[in-house]
Design a protein around this ligand. Sequence first.
Ligand SMILES: [Zn+2]
Length: 283
Amino acid sequence: MPELPEVETVRRGLVPAMEGQVIAAAQVNRPDLRWPLPARMAERLTGARIVRLGRRSKYILADLSTGETLIVHLGMSGRMLVSGVIMGRFHHDHPAPAKHDHVVFDMEGGARVTFNDARRFGAMDLTPTAQVDRHWLLAGLGPEPLGNAFHEDYLVARLRGRMTPIKAALLDQRVVAGLGNIYVCEVLYRAGISPRRKAGRIAAPRVAGLVPVIRDVLSEAIAAGGSSLRDYRQSDGELGYFQHDFRAYGREGAPCRTPGCVGQIVRIVQSGRSTFYCPQCQR
Ligand SMILES: [Zn+2]
């Protein structure tokens, strides 16, 4: 499932193909993904210029010259494929239409962007740009983890008195937007905080210390995604899924990598999701 760094990687990969460009033709091949697609979606997109390709949490936001914003969520299995000519620099031939190619954008510059989603947990909607923050998918989101509104004082105040485990608190999208299971495990591992500890029982300086760790973990993953973008130009044009070296996630039974620690990574289940951590050095 794509998390924030993967979505940001997809966004950056789409920018050369889409930002500033007119959608010459939009093809919508089914009426719904996770939810119904907006009415007359193809007509509302065709001829519109994408003036800005942004991101909020795990949503890609394409601001259109028509005053609407296209909201895109990749869901569990959604993927974006870029083919054709992108700024004259590289070229992938258009692949034959595939079974789960649900939405296809042909850009005036010659690029084709295909949204393929086998499981259809993805979503797209159109909403007035001026009200995008009030859209039901975005309205309840907390601050961006890499933005200025997310800082030490904010997180300390937000978690004060909370008796949920710190892992659940960081997964709460109202606390901070876009953090998912994998990266929360990595953050708590690096911070040396047990995922089972109640958020409100952690000393304020340790909670504050989570902020730079969250920024580092996400920034490093986005940088790794950037490296993968250079590769995709030589491969098949698919964006956003890259190999990443996790220190805790998925390493059950492996030795802890914290210097001086002789523990090993264990897996537990919290709120139905896997948590990986080192009981020796995460307290
Ligand atoms: Zn350890």
